[in-house]
Design a protein around this ligand. Structure first.
Ligand SMILES: [Zn+2]
Length: 158
């Protein structure tokens, strides 16, 4: 069985959703880049992750909430853009990553993998700007892992 991560689009405007486990029309995916899950499955995942975040104690601590937001974007990217099933990184680890880089957590930052096809833990993650993340995701989708890594070298924050 082929890995769903590498299933190419089928003729007739069909794309594989790794949650539907089937080819479905491309217009049932979000636009703009290669996606691994369809809109409905994306919504399900979004609701699930929002519940996870809301179930934690609500706080007025801005850095804490910003770390959670950054983690949420990261988690969604891992599923929808990079086709990962499992992500081994906690919000605490995200906080440590910002500390190590001497950056204040904020939603102008995004987390991306150093190696998208390696293990998705904190050791494989880095911080880039929101704009850089957008380009990186596009390059990964359209040109693959080597172009992604080449671009990443030019955009990594501090
Ligand atoms: Zn689906």
């Amino acid at each position: 069985m082929v890995s769903p991560r590498h299933v190419p689009d089928a003729p007739g405007g069909l794309r594989y959703c790794r949650e539907c486990h089937a080819f479905i029309p491309v217009d049932r995916f979000y636009n703009g880049r290669r996606r691994y899950i369809c809109k409905s499955h994306f919504s399900v995942k979004l609701a699930k992750i929002d519940k996870t975040i809301m179930d934690k104690s609500v706080t007025n601590d801005k850095p804490v909430m910003d770390v959670r937001r950054v983690w949420r974007y990261f988690w969604l990217d891992s599923k929808a853009c990079f086709g990962q099933k499992k992500v081994g990184m906690t919000t605490n680890e995200v906080h440590q990553l910002f500390d190590r880089k001497n950056l204040i957590p904020g939603v102008e930052w995004r987390l991306v993998p150093l190696d998208p096809v390696g293990e998705w833990g904190v050791g494989n993650m880095t911080i880039v700007s929101k704009a850089a993340r957008k380009s990186l995701v596009r390059v990964y989708s359209n040109e693959g892992v080597n172009s992604y890594k080449a671009m990443l070298n030019t955009v990594v924050a501090a």
